[in-house]
Design a protein around this ligand. Sequence first.
Ligand SMILES: Cc1ncc(COP(=O)(O)O)c(C=O)c1O
Length: 364
Amino acid sequence: MILFNDLKKKYLYLQKEIDNACKKVLRSGRYILEKETEGFEKKFAQYLGAKYCAGVGNGLEALQIALMALNIKEGDEVITTPYSMAASTLAIKMVGAIPVFVDIDNYFHIDADKIEEKITSRTKAILPVHLFGQMAEMEKIKKIAKRHNLFLVEDAAQAHGARYKDKKAGTFGDIGCFSFYPTKNLGTFGDGGAIVTNNKKLYEKCKMIRNYGQKNRYEHELCGLNSRLDEIHAAILSVDLKYLNKFNLIRKNLAKIYSLKLKNIKEIKLPEIRIHADHIFHAFTIEVERRQDLISFLAKNKIPTFIYYPIPIHKQKCFSGFNHLDFPITEKKSKKVLSLPIHPFLESKDIAYISQKIAKFYEV
Ligand SMILES: Cc1ncc(COP(=O)(O)O)c(C=O)c1O
């Protein structure tokens, strides 16, 4: 059976190592901010080529803590994308700042060429999202941030191990934020997240904020959250991290097969890969004509699909003050996108079957 994500298969594949890692934690009698978390933080920072990593509760709070650590607060403006999972904008709202949206480019990322026209005296940061497993145009964005003295916070929740030239997602800006939600390329069996940075002061501040703002126990230097990566999840993630490159490679190979098989269908626009980018295909998202009919046809053939994302962020009810805004590329793409199954436990024959059904639908 083809599943959109097969987390049970992933568990069974890693079962021995995961069970042992969890047992070790359970038997240790120590469950919060101990050796496993510290160990995972070190390994993940090393994997990314960053100096520091702080494990946190989830991806949303990673972003929120990053903005808090940068002292971004009420009245400040943060430039971001309207085409993402809502968390990237929710984090901005959580610190009381104002999201300022910039339409997207052909790769589903904030359009670097349109950022500067949105900068005002209140702008404090740029928050790009490396959507679907590919990085935004970071060299340009970094230059803009530098030129205007703005912080750069990367949402790398969908880009564990993705690269732009020789640098991994999360290591370009002042702070990189990750989610370890189960379906992510690096995911635990529950919630988890992390912040990475090369700045020791920011790292120390993030560590305080994730733990009630405590400098030492019961000494609260800042007003913080309770947002800690548990020992159990850190232990699971240390196992998963060993397989991240392998799993990313499988995703990349499956994406190649999809692209080859679907390239002659005129009604489909395939995902494009940026020059110098290493796309790790968190999602394989195509743009299609007659989307609803295709979804129904595939469902009848037991092929699950998903729409990432049907409603752009500025059109969401919870952001009612932004509903009147117009971002034509975002809106056009959100009406056409369709994500096909892609995960490390799919096989090339599954991709061939899905592609064959799609070709049948379009009568190619
Ligand atoms: C781009 C993006 N940012 C942030 C998040 C939030 O992560 P979490 O679900 O761990 O809070 C997600 C997760 O779905 C995401 O896809």
